[in-house]
Design a protein around this ligand. Structure first.
Ligand code: PLP
Length: 501
């Protein structure tokens, strides 16, 4: 086709592109159509794959047909089906046709928008979409480009936390005269419910682990961080000659969806001049609905906020929005300007160069996906999406509550229902519930995970896989009841049928 090409093959040929893409789209549509036929959690043993595949790369090309056949036979069995309507584990990875289309376009253009000039649309759309999202969340204009702040799309919350920690560290180092030895004095604060990503990020930016403070939470505050404990920890550290640096507050913790009191924590942060970051990875998505927006009350006192549309915003992996009140601190920390990237636009200081807002240089055109998700659904349907998931979670919670063999462990806030079988026959509740969870998951009919709060082992049910409907909630509850009967009988010292409901 292309005479100038010296290759004997054409890596990107419009004709085969159309045909192959159609074949893959058909494959994907069939996958979704049949998704309920697969065990939700993969049942393969570790190392299953190597024996199914050749031990070295093919010398000659394979046909697409052969490849898809192997995807079917070798890859599908090793998938845990996150898109299954009976997936209730972790926090969901929601998806939509709109996001899929966005991903296709992102792949199609395959631009690398590290600075403005490398693809102006990639940068400018990201700025526009982050302001749209900020307005949907009713954030103050101090977080928007149209105000005095701005935002960036990272791959994950882990990256957002590490970058804001680096910004806070470098700002404080500068204020202390630029001596890097001061890094050993910095102290960071979070609750004992905070995601492990915070610990990882703090280690990555060089904060000594002996200076991590994990403030204890309890049932009394539904596992929210205590502003009083925070204040007294800060005062203790100051008395010891340390330098309080950064607080990571969470809106919707991972184990039990606790919401830290942002307004009160914000007051403490501002009084002692600490960087306050809000990790709203999951529950932040719900804040587009006015009835959940109160989770973010006090956000105007924070320095930065991150949330993951790839969890609950119908946006396929990956997409994490990070907003900052003073992006210059992030840029001061992360920018570098090698000669080979020099250009007039960057020198003019009127453009955003996103390479200075993140760890990596190369970056995907993720805003295209989020923009299409928002446009194709409209705020109206996005709110309905959140509300319908919450309503399904409420239905599940009601079923659990009605059965007196079970109890809710921490009150539900949005779509996470934390529940357990009540301890019985003097049996340890952990053992009972661990067994129950194992039997549920090994049935292949649903997949849930667990969490421990204040020493109590509980089962986490997160409603919100995109395809989940009311019937899947009912099926889940029947499954849980069926397995609970068996588990209670097996665990009973004298197998009596009084456990039967
Ligand atoms: C999921 C989650 C994270 C981690 O998110 P990644 O994007 O995978 O890094 C962090 N914090 C909370 C509260 C979460 O729910």
């Amino acid at each position: 086709m292309c005479k100038a090409s010296k290759k004997s093959f054409i890596p990107l040929d419009i004709l085969s592109f159309r045909d192959e893409s159609r074949a893959v789209i058909d494959f994907v549509a069939d996958y979704y159509k049949n998704i309920e036929k697969y065990p939700v959690q993969s049942e393969v043993d570790p190392g299953y794959l190597a024996s199914m595949l050749p031990d070295s790369a093919p010398y000659s090309p394979n046909s697409l047909e052969d490849v898809l056949k192997d995807v079917n036979e070798c890859i599908l069995p090793g998938l845990t089906h996150w898109q299954s309507p009976s997936f209730f584990a972790y926090y969901q990875a929601s998806s939509s046709t709109a996001a899929f289309v966005g991903e296709m376009l992102c792949s199609a253009f395959n631009v690398v928008g590290f600075n403005w000039i490398s693809s102006p649309a990639a940068t400018e759309l990201e700025c526009v979409v982050l302001d749209w999202m900020a307005k949907m969340l009713n954030l103050p204009s101090s977080f928007m480009f149209s105000g005095t702040g701005g935002g960036v799309i990272h791959g994950t919350t882990c990256e957002a936390v590490v970058c804001t920690l680096a910004a806070a560290r470098d700002k404080a180092l500068k204020e202390l005269g630029g001596n890097w030895e001061n890094i050993t004095k910095f102290v960071v604060y979070a609750s004992d419910q905070t995601h492990f990503t915070f610990q990882k990020a703090a280690k990555l930016v060089g904060i000594p682990p002996s200076n991590f403070r994990f403030l204890q939470t309890s049932f009394a505050t539904e596992f929210a961080m205590s502003p009083e404990l925070l204040r007294s920890a800060i005062e203790d550290d100051i008395r010891s000659g340390l330098v309080p640096l950064y607080i990571c507050a969470t809106v919707g913790t991972t184990v039990c969806a606790a919401v830290d009191p942002i307004a009160e924590l914000g007051k403490v942060a501002n009084e002692y001049k600490l960087w306050l970051h809000i990790d709203a990875a999951h529950a932040g998505n719900a804040c587009i609905c006015p009835e959940f927006r109160h989770f973010l009350d006090g956000v105007e006192l924070a320095s930065s906020l991150s949330m993951n549309p790839h969890k609950w915003f119908l946006t396929n992996m990956d997409c994490c929005c990070l907003w900052l009140k003073e992006p210059r601190f992030l840029i001061d920390s992360l920018s570098s300007n090698p000669e080979y990237l020099e250009n007039n636009a960057s020198n003019s200081n009127v453009v955003v160069d996103y390479k200075d807002w993140q760890v990596t240089l190369s970056r995907r055109f993720r805003s295209l996906k989020l923009w299409i998700v928002i446009r194709r659904h409209g705020v109206e349907n996005l709110m309905e999406h959140i509300r319908s998931d919450v309503s399904l979670a409420k239905q599940f919670e009601a079923l659990v509550t009605k059965d007196d063999r079970f109890e809710i462990v921490v009150p539900r806030r949005t779509v996470l229902v934390l529940f357990r079988l009540k301890p019985k026959h003097g049996l340890d509740g952990s053992e009972l519930n661990r067994k129950l969870l194992d039997t549920i998951n090994s049935s292949g009919r649903a997949f849930l995970t667990q969490g421990v709060v204040a020493g109590i082992y509980a089962i986490r049910c997160v409603v919100g896989a995109t395809l989940t409907e009311e019937r899947h909630i009912k099926d889940l509850w029947s499954l849980i009841q069926e397995k609970a009967r068996i588990t209670l009988l097996q665990c009973s010292p004298v197998s009596k049928s009084d456990d039967d409901a």
